[in-house]
Ligand binder design. Structure first.
Ligand SMILES: [Ca+2]
Length: 241
């Protein structure tokens, strides 16, 4: 295969790999997903301020609880994500409570589980009340938690690493400090997708990609027209096929 053809094949293979990310598990989009139960005496539907579709959720006591009696089998590498907003300009803190197997309502905040949240792509260490939203009611923020990062001390004191490959999640709860928090598009998402989302290309990577594409766009397939770094990438790819 000519180097230029191999390079184009490599680009296609990379694109196909990105498209084959694992499917997400939806807990709520406009309604609570099939197999999922929410606690309706806490939650109400918000139809004015929504992230997607026709509905989001609000909670009079600030608690959003989703349960699955069979348990969600989240696999090897899932993150939990939700879009959050506030119905007023007062900021709200929010943290995750997770229940699985014999562990009930483990609070992911600094007092119980040292963990980090990603808020709009920025890694934020949890405080004693979780993480804090902005005060803009017009802006939805993406909240993400890497479930595989969790090691915590339980009673009797022992370190336990939550393992999403084997531990069935039975309850997911978001706990807000005040009742103005809104929630939408709650789902478990693969780390493949999360990695793509969180790794914005560095400027240097963009320059290298542009240099690689230039000979293709100019239709100059001669190998000497392809930058050496691209030839090395193609050479390695061909040797692995
Ligand atoms: Ca929605």
């Amino acid at each position: 295969m000519a180097p230029t053809q191999a390079f184009v094949a490599l680009l296609v293979a990379v694109a196909m790999g990105a498209a084959q990310a694992q499917a997400s598990i939806i807990l709520f989009d406009d309604t609570v997903a099939s197999g999922t139960t929410s606690l309706p005496w806490y939650e109400t539907t918000e139809t004015t301020i929504v992230h997607s579709g026709t509905a989001a959720l609000s909670a009079s006591n600030g608690q959003f609880v989703f349960t699955n009696s069979s348990g969600w089998n989240v696999g090897n590498d899932y993150w939990l994500e939700a879009w959050v907003n506030t119905s007023t300009s007062t900021m709200s803190s929010v943290y995750l409570k997770l229940s699985y197997a014999a562990q009930t309502a483990i609070s992911f905040l600094n007092r119980n589980v040292p963990t980090s949240y990603w808020l709009d792509g920025v890694k934020v260490a949890s405080g004693t009340r979780g993480v804090t939203t902005d005060s803009d009611t017009h802006t939805w923020q993406l909240l993400r938690i890497d479930l595989t990062q969790i090691t915590y001390t339980s009673w009797p004191y022992q370190l336990h690493q939550f393992d999403p490959a084997t531990d069935l999640v039975t309850e997911v709860a978001f706990v807000a400090s005040i009742s103005n928090l809104l929630l939408d598009d709650v789902r478990l998402v693969s780390s493949d997708e999360a990695t793509v989302w969180s790794n914005v290309p560095e400027p240097a990577s963009i320059v290298v990609l542009a240099l690689c594409l230039l000979p293709v766009l100019k239709r100059r397939p001669h190998p000497n027209r392809v930058p050496s770094i691209c030839r090395r990438i193609v050479h390695c790819k061909e040797n692995t096929i």
